[in-house]
Write a protein that binds this ligand. Sequence first.
Ligand SMILES: [Zn+2]
Length: 68
Amino acid sequence: MLLNPPLRAGDVVQLKKRHACGNDLWKVLFAGADVRLKCELCGRVIFIDRGKFASRFKKRIEIAEDGN
Ligand SMILES: [Zn+2]
């Protein structure tokens, strides 16, 4: 599956819009048709679809290492 923007589980991403807790950094838990993100500050987990994620995405802060 082509992921745009590039994304994989373990990455830390910055979104344009801040979470209610004031944080804008999210850990990627799952990246596919939907994206599961965990707030780095308050720990809240959210699910958003890929298109919505792409429109909110600002940049990758950390890139996960290869899992093998
Ligand atoms: Zn939060």
